[in-house]
Write a protein of this length. Structure first.
Length: 301
């Protein structure tokens, strides 16, 4: 198979990139490949605030009209590569990694930076190839899952706190504010959140938000759905500084899972940083089980 690279060309490509993720998830349900919702977040939020058009960071390989692989530059010293299941552990996979490696090498201008690649822990062939080329890996993100066919605890909120039914455009400033506060330092603004709300798979009713008695947005858990694999994903999840340890984040997750299941999802997933034991314990307390790990490999100098 002779796949030729080309840049991202627009929303039609976005839908085909999502379709490739779905194909992979059908074969590898515990894969750490991005969820289809991640693409909406990357394009309509990350790309917007960083002023990095997808055309400049996404490479696509096609066979006819079907996207067989795509890669995205992250951070900007590392890359993600998503493959059609038929390409795993093949010479074509190796060739595509080499092309992404070359692209990253050209982008890394800071001499203190190292070329990097993100890989699932269970992708042993890909990891062996990187290690032979002088890369060293370390745990980066813990991948959690939990089935939704169990009795879910009722989400409980402190007196006066409540869930909003659905996000509204006129609340973008408050929604941006709680995100900015939870992830400070952050680039989130009201304009950025308004832009993000136009993403194709964004659903205002799945933008789970807990409001404090005074109307301040206190906690949130963004839900993304994949109707073909029935996998729902949370990204991002956060709670306002000073309002932690009230059970708000856990309640937001439980409410999110309740709404996921009502839309036909059978599994919920979420990621958190491997070096954050507090978040790991938090997701375990909400019923999630670690099932995989995203590793970051860096090329040694």
């Amino acid at each position: 198979m002779n796949l030729q690279p080309r840049p991202y060309h627009g929303i039609h490509d976005l839908q085909k990139m999502k379709a490739l993720i779905v194909e992979g998830r059908k074969v590898y349900p515990r894969s750490c490949d991005p969820h289809i919702g991640d693409l909406d977040w990357w394009l309509y939020y990350d790309s917007f605030i960083k002023d990095e058009p997808f055309e400049s960071i996404v490479t696509i390989w096609e066979d006819g009209d079907q996207i067989m692989a795509w890669g995205i530059v992250q951070m900007p010293d590392a890359y993600d590569l998503v493959l059609h299941p038929a390409l795993r552990n093949t010479a074509t996979e190796t060739a595509l990694h080499t092309q992404m490696e070359t692209r990253i090498a050209a982008l890394v201008k800071d001499t203190d930076k190292r070329q990097g690649a993100f890989v699932c822990a269970d992708e042993t062939g890909r990891r062996e190839w990187l290690e032979k080329r002088g890369y060293v890996g370390e745990d980066s993100l813990v991948c959690f899952m939990q089935p939704l066919d169990r009795v879910l605890p009722t989400p409980l909120l402190p007196e006066g706190f409540s869930f909003i039914d659905a996000m509204r455009p006129e609340w973008a400033d408050r929604r941006a504010d709680v995100h900015f506060n939870a992830f400070h330092p952050s680039r989130m603004t009201a304009a950025a959140y308004t832009h993000f709300m136009a993403a194709p798979h964004y659903d205002p009713a799945l933008d789970i938000v807990v409001a404090a008695p005074d109307g301040t947005f206190a906690s949130f858990a963004m839900v993304w759905l994949d109707s073909e694999t029935c996998i729902g994903n949370f990204e991002p999840v956060g709670t306002r500084d000073g309002m932690q340890r009230k059970g708000l984040g856990k309640a937001a997750l439980l409410e999110g899972m309740r709404r996921m299941r009502a839309r036909g999802m059978t599994v919920a997933t979420v990621l958190t940083h491997a070096d954050n034991p507090g978040n790991i314990a938090f997701y375990k307390s909400a019923g999630f089980t670690p099932t995989n790990m995203i590793m970051k490999y860096e090329k040694q100098k």
